[in-house]
Design a protein around this ligand. Structure first.
Ligand code: NAD
Length: 253
């Protein structure tokens, strides 16, 4: 899909991977709708992009809230027109072992709240935004692309029952939608990043990050632009659908 003049929605677009995606797609001529829960971060992202000559609208949304998502996509359609692309990138972590014990005594357990919050944002949020985006693409009768951001953790990762389950589910949505939506000219794809330098990884302990980097065959964490390149490839390649790009420096968890 040629991006020139196309409206592309990017969730979690105010910083990190979402912002890098915005910058690359904006440089290719896309008109951007950045959806994020943080209005302050959105204002700053939109004005930085404007200084680079990139046209972006900031839309405050909670991707886990149906009414908020429906309203956000209605605002985009009204101000910029129907979306041609949707990059479902917003996500959080809330790590804890499901059950942690010492000498037969259970010390901690992942709470239902920690489970639910990550599933709501990282999985239900992708469903809701994907549904609204597909609806607009079909009603506008133009081609479209939905890109979902998963993670290397989709294969399972200790301390991430909630996150790993959500990220595996995200790719299941990509595969399902590729079959359901192809008849309307809509393609899908997943990008599964490894460990990438953003605020999300900056919150991890430095010694843990060093240990991870030493296990990556390329011996370093990735950069947000590496993920943006993968997203741009899926948008551009007209015979790519329902599949995954793993951009992780070759790391296996
Ligand atoms: P980040 O924390 O830097 O940015 C996430 C963005 O999502 C923020 O702008 C935040 O405000 C927004 N957000 C959070 N909750 C939201 C909600 N309910 N509604 C709308 N917006 C919300 O994270 P990042 O590192 O840029 O990660 C982006 C995506 O990539 C996430 O889905 C993450 O799981 C995935 N990922 C990241 C890494 C990594 O190493 N950074 C690795 C694998 C996967």
């Amino acid at each position: 899909m040629k991006l020139d003049g196309r409206v592309i929605a990017i969730t979690g677009g105010a910083q990190g991977l979402g912002y890098a995606v915005a910058q690359q797609l904006g440089q290719k001529g896309a008109r951007l709708a950045l959806l994020d829960i943080s209005g302050e971060a959105l204002d700053s992202a939109v004005s930085t992009l404007a200084r680079q000559g990139i046209d972006a609208q900031g839309v405050v949304v909670d991707v886990a809230d149906e009414a908020s998502v429906v309203q956000a996509f209605a605002d985009i359609a009204e101000k910029q027109g129907p979306v041609s692309g949707c990059v479902n990138n917003a996500g959080i972590t809330d790590d804890a072992l499901m059950v942690k014990a010492k000498e037969g005594q259970v010390e901690t357990r992942m709470s239902l709240a920690a489970w639910q919050r990550v599933i709501d944002i990282n999985l239900t949020g992708v469903f809701l935004c994907g549904r609204e985006a597909a609806t607009q693409m079909i009603e506008a009768q133009h081609e479209g692309v939905i890109v979902n951001i998963s993670s290397i953790s989709k294969a399972g990762n200790p301390g991430q029952s909630n996150y790993a389950a959500a990220k595996a589910g995200v790719h299941a949505l990509t595969v399902t939608w590729a079959s359901e939506l192809a008849r309307y000219g809509i393609r899908t794809g997943t990008v599964a990043p490894g460990f990438i330098n953003t605020d999300m990884t900056a919150s991890m302990r430095p010694d843990m990050l060093e240990r991870i980097a030493s296990k990556v065959p390329l011996r370093r964490l990735g950069e947000a632009d590496n993920i943006a390149q993968s997203v741009a490839f899926i948008l551009d390649n007209d015979y790519f659908s329902g599949r995954i790009i793993e951009c992780d420096g070759g790391l296996r968890l």
